[in-house]
Design a protein around this ligand. Structure first.
Ligand SMILES: O=P(O)(O)OC[C@H]1O[C@H](OP(=O)(O)OP(=O)(O)O)[C@H](O)[C@@H]1O
Ligand SMILES: Nc1ncnc2[nH]cnc12
Length: 181
């Protein structure tokens, strides 16, 4: 790859903005939109995720992406790895038989759903999102994958908000984050 990991991380870091008091007072919102606007920064994200998978010899049958921002990165990584992509959506968006769990967010509550036939028992999944805050969303996705009898290989995010201790909530599953705030 043309640039080293440190350079790629710096590139990604430069393409994240912070907006105070969005969507509620007291929340410092980390905006990943500039990454999507920069082909180089987006490529760096996928390169770094791919490097993690390959350096840790993670066996992955499917990438699982979380609604909505996990959908922006998950399919690109899945394509890079030559595996399929599965959606965990907010409730009411997926047709056919679904599995559902409730979860808490840093600024509200929600329900997550996946199609019952999305993952076959025993398949190895890697769960992708843009950001880990309280861990509620990724925890819900892990619960869904457990219900599907998937083997969870870990979770990967671009941004981890360390103060909120989301990684603790996800134990024993590992979380790999590119940047920590
Ligand atoms: O670790 P947590 O406390 O669960 O928070 C992280 C989640 O919050 C954001 O999604 P959000 O629910 O705002 O939805 P969006 O992706 O549709 O904007 C973010 O993209 C993560 O999915
Ligand atoms: N602080 C934050 N910034 C962006 N997305 C979030 N999702 C949950 N907390 C967030």
């Amino acid at each position: 790859m043309a640039e080293g990991s440190e350079g790629k991380l710096q590139l990604v870091h430069r393409h994240i903005r912070a907006f105070p008091d969005f969507p509620k007072k007291g929340i410092l919102f980390r905006d990943i939109c500039p990454i999507l606007k920069s082909p180089a920064a987006l490529t760096a994200v996928i390169d770094l995720f791919e490097e993690r998978v390959r350096s840790h010899h993670l066996q992955v049958d499917l990438i699982v992406g979380l609604d909505a921002r996990g959908f922006l990165f998950g399919p690109l990584l899945a394509q890079r790895l030559g595996v399929g992509f599965v959606l965990v959506r907010k409730k009411g968006k997926l047709p056919g038989p679904t599995t559902c769990v409730k979860y808490d967010l840093e600024y509200g509550t929600a329900e997550a759903e996946t199609q019952e036939d999305a993952v076959a028992p025993g398949q190895k999944v890697l769960i992708i999102d843009d950001l880990l805050a309280t861990g509620g969303t990724l925890y819900a996705a892990c619960e869904l994958m457990k219900k599907q009898q998937a083997q969870i290989q870990g979770c990967m995010v671009i941004i981890e908000l360390k103060d909120l201790n989301g990684a603790d909530r996800l134990k024993p599953h590992s979380v790999f984050s590119l940047l920590q705030y």
